[in-house]
Design a protein around this ligand. Structure first.
Ligand SMILES: Cc1ncc(COP(=O)(O)OP(=O)(O)O)c(N)n1
Ligand SMILES: Cc1nc(C(=O)O)sc1CCOP(=O)(O)O
Ligand SMILES: [Mg+2]
Length: 229
């Protein structure tokens, strides 16, 4: 699936929904207009992740969205391969700087798969200038703000959390050979400023999965983003 949009990107796992089932929240995000789904869990078993990918793939098929909303898993190449083996349409994987190498993901998932990579914290300009990104389809960058959803984001030499400034994101959008989606503490009130940086999309977990009414929250995010772009 090479024709995909990272514009409105929802990341979710069972630990993000306040005890509520995940699938209705995914449905609400897709109905609202989210274009990309990532299943991410640091607590679920491999089996739980495989079943969640299978269920999400089936849901997208029932909604007629299999070809327009991309579905990837965070970190777990084994889980993606297993879910595919069992018939699920899983479009790819998102990996970070300490995860399985993107080129190995590409080898096992195929040319048509989506392989996303988290940009490192630190000197992005140098990284982009020197890197070979031929095996990657897009970058994730963050956090915009500190977030409880990911506590192991990068720290500077003094031990302070490194957050992305809007100036840095504007520069990243200018120099990046790939599309960039930005997340980490992103809320509705951030979207206008984020869109103005020129980055291609935003990703959220708790702004949708943690909302009292995930559908209403997702619709608000989509509306603000679409208006700002
Ligand atoms: C779209 C997107 N961007 C960044 C990340 C973070 O990936 P990573 O740095 O590997 O951290 P974990 O998510 O694995 O904790 C992401 N998952 N998605
Ligand atoms: C998955 C992830 N990656 C991040 C990064 O900075 O790379 S921040 C993050 C979690 C985003 O969750 P929330 O929207 O609840 O803050
Ligand atoms: Mg990772």
């Amino acid at each position: 699936m090479k024709d995909f949009s990272i514009e409105k990107y929802f990341v979710v796992g069972p630990e993000n929904t306040g005890g509520r089932p995940v699938l209705p929240i995914i449905r609400a995000a897709v109905e609202a207009g989210f274009t990309f789904l990532q299943i991410r869990s640091k607590t679920a078993s491999a089996r739980e992740l495989i079943v969640l990918l299978e269920d999400t793939s089936r849901l997208l098929r029932e909604m007629g969205k299999s070809d327009s909303v991309a579905l990837v898993a965070d970190d777990r190449l084994d889980v993606v391969l297993a879910a595919r083996e069992r018939g699920a349409k899983v479009d790819g994987i998102h990996v970070g700087q300490s995860d399985i190498y993107p080129e190995i993901c590409r080898k096992y998932l195929g040319d048509d798969a989506i392989v996303g990579l988290s940009a490192p914290t630190g000197d992005l300009v140098h990284y982009i200038e020197k890197g070979d990104f031929s095996q990657i389809d897009y970058f994730g960058a963050g956090p915009l703000h500190p977030t409880d959803t990911k506590r192991d984001c990068g720290l500077d030499a003094e031990g302070n959390l490194i957050v992305r400034t809007l100036d840095e994101l504007t520069h990243l959008a200018e120099i990046s050979p790939l599309r960039v989606t930005v997340g980490g503490g992103v809320k509705a009130e951030d979207l206008e400023a984020l869109a103005a940086t020129g980055i291609h999309g935003f990703f959220v977990v708790s702004a949708v999965a943690g909302a009292d009414d995930p559908g209403a929250a997702a619709r608000e995010l989509v509306e603000i983003w679409d208006h700002a772009r």
